[in-house]
Write a protein that binds this ligand. Structure first.
Ligand code: KG4
Ligand code: ZN
Length: 316
């Protein structure tokens, strides 16, 4: 059994996953409320909260699985990319646990973790496939030939898709995190009410910053007091533009098998627009530790005690 630990952003998470990809437990403590009043994640606050939550969350994950540390064969932890202080809490906890139990430690790349959310049962997706990874920090098209990794085909030149959702929600006064809020409100709006531009970027890259600026102008140009009445239409049209940009890129690859992972994969319009695609299960779209343990199954472990010198890294 692999114990997964994830603390790269504002979710403190721990999970137990078997070697054949069965989730025995998956606990996610979201700090979203704590950061909401700042309109985004405050790194220093996130690190401190991870420190408070990491041990209770680990206990809960073991308890939920009816397991003890005796049942754990390896510890997998997100070592990159993410907020450096936040990552350090998970990496330090993982090192301490693995060292105390003389276990191997597996340093997992968070992006590989998102892809590995597809390798958990019951989905258990087999490569090859082309994967759209759309989260708060990244938007990438990946060529996945085997479970150990991937090749990057395209990436965002500016904002990530989730970031576009979050910044859009902020402009619309919907709070943080914004993706779910826009998704919910868009159901009550007209997606054709406003014409937002879909950026034309050569190759397979993405760009979302122009879209956000265009929403800013639309909101600014509204007559005083009109925002309330137009908010749902703006949300629906804005979401339509993001989804369209993502779907166009996927179609441009012309791949036979498509998969979608990451927080934005939870978006209902995106899911509906890709009926043929393999979609990460909703609970595994946003950050969690089951996907990290899953990636750990396909990553070279580091033997006791070599990993004591392991460092967290902010970049991918
Ligand atoms: O994968 P994730 O939990 O964290 C990162 O690795 O970044 O993704 C979080 C992102 C946020 O930007 C959030 O607004 C977005 O996923 N998100 C959504 C939805 N649920 C979460 N975006 C659109 N529609 C949703 N339903
Ligand atoms: Zn993530």
């Amino acid at each position: 059994m692999i114990l997964g630990i994830e603390t790269s952003c504002d979710e403190t998470a721990a999970a137990l996953v078997t070697d054949d990809g069965e989730i025995r437990s998956s606990v996610v403590a979201s700090q979203a409320e704590l950061h909401a009043r700042f309109g985004g994640v405050v790194p220093e606050i996130a690190s401190r909260r991870h420190l408070e939550l990491v041990v209770p969350v680990l206990r809960e994950a073991l308890g939920e699985a009816g397991a003890t540390l005796d049942d754990v064969d390896a510890v997998a932890v997100t070592a990159q990319p993410g907020l450096i202080g936040a990552l350090l809490v998970g990496v330090s906890a993982a090192k301490a646990l693995a060292w105390a139990r003389r276990l191997p430690l597996i340093a997992v790349n968070h992006l590989h973790g998102h892809v590995a959310s597809l390798y958990l049962k019951p989905l258990d997706l087999e490569p090859p496939f082309t994967c759209l990874l759309a989260s708060g920090g990244h938007t990438m098209l990946l060529d996945v030939q085997d479970r150990a990794g991937y090749r990057v085909l395209g990436t965002t030149l500016d904002d990530a898709a989730g970031e576009a959702f979050d910044k859009g929600a902020r402009l619309l006064g919907l709070g943080y995190p914004g993706g779910k809020a826009i998704d919910d409100l868009a159901r009550h709006g007209d997606p054709n009410a406003y014409d937002f531009p879909v950026a034309r970027v050569p190759g397979l890259d993405f760009s979302f910053s122009g879209l956000k600026t265009s929403l800013l102008y639309r909101v600014r140009d509204l007559p005083a007091g009109e925002l309330e009445a137009r908010r749902a239409d703006l949300a629906a049209s804005y979401q339509r533009a993001i989804v369209r940009a993502l779907v166009r890129r996927i179609e441009a690859v012309g791949a036979e098998r498509i998969a979608v992972v990451g927080g934005v994969a939870a978006n209902s319009e995106l899911r509906a627009a890709l009926p043929e695609a393999a979609l990460a299960p909703l609970a595994l779209c946003t950050d969690n530790a089951a996907m990290i343990a899953s990636a750990g199954r396909y990553t070279e472990p580091s033997a006791y005690p070599d990993y004591l010198s392991l460092d967290a890294r902010a970049t991918a």
